[in-house]
Design a protein around this ligand. Structure first.
Ligand code: GRF
Length: 211
């Protein structure tokens, strides 16, 4: 059973997608052991509570710098015996110590087809603003294993979304969440939990029957 720790900070729609997917039996061999929020007011905490999942706050505001905040996160993950870390709308950069300790065990979702628009943090609109500015006809989302390089790492799954002429960064954000993020993030977690992900260098191979 894979013990999953989900890091959140905001509304928790991605968290909800994972919870629902698990309830539908789509993420076998898994347990959501904890939800950890960097924001004490995150609605994601209410979602965790409603689903009966233990939740914890590691409040970014009370730490003097990113280093001490990262130390508190890694301690929490260690104490909770987390195997797989999922960033679900978590707008903080994880440092070298966490990324090395959980190598190929931290999954993030980014709202663009990486490596395009690999900028901005999770909660920001920047990737969508860039997509609109560049006039791309297709955008989407990417689930990948976190490395030290921001928004870059072995890609697990991607899903494309059409950009219409009338889209704004806001409407595109909502479309990408609904049509891509909420499906590929739970799916990437499921593939990890059934042992179907093989990382070789910079690439992820999906092995076994489910592809
Ligand atoms: C959205 O901006 C999405 O693109 C990014 O996180 C935000 C969603 O947050 N990955 P949440 O899951 O509703 O907290």
């Amino acid at each position: 059973m894979v013990r999953i720790g989900i890091l959140v900070s905001g509304g928790g729609t991605n968290l909800q997608a994972i919870i629902d997917s698990r309830l539908f039996g789509e993420i076998p061999n898994s347990e959501i052991a904890a939800v950890i929020s960097s924001n004490p007011d995150a609605y994601a905490l209410t979602r965790a509570k409603s689903a009966g999942i233990d939740s914890f706050v590691v409040d970014r505001e009370i730490f003097p710098n990113e280093g001490s905040f990262n130390e508190a996160i890694i301690k929490k993950l260690h104490d909770l015996d987390i195997e797989l870390v999922v960033l679900a709308g978590f707008p903080h950069v994880l440092d070298k110590a966490i990324v090395e300790k959980y190598k190929n065990r931290i999954i993030n979702i980014h709202p663009s087809l990486l490596p395009s628009f690999a900028c901005g943090k999770a909660k920001e609109l920047i990737p969508h603003e860039m997509a609109i500015k560049e006039g791309v006809k297709i955008s989407g989302a990417t689930a990948y294993f976190v490395t030290e390089k921001l928004n870059s790492g072995p890609i697990i799954l991607q899903k494309a979304v059409e950009v219409s002429q009338d889209d704004t960064a806001i409407t595109l954000q909502s479309k990408v969440m609904r049509e891509a993020e909420w499906s590929i993030l739970p799916r990437a977690i499921a593939l990890y939990c059934i042992g179907a992900l093989e990382v070789s260098g910079e690439k992820v191979k999906i092995i076994g029957e489910i592809q």
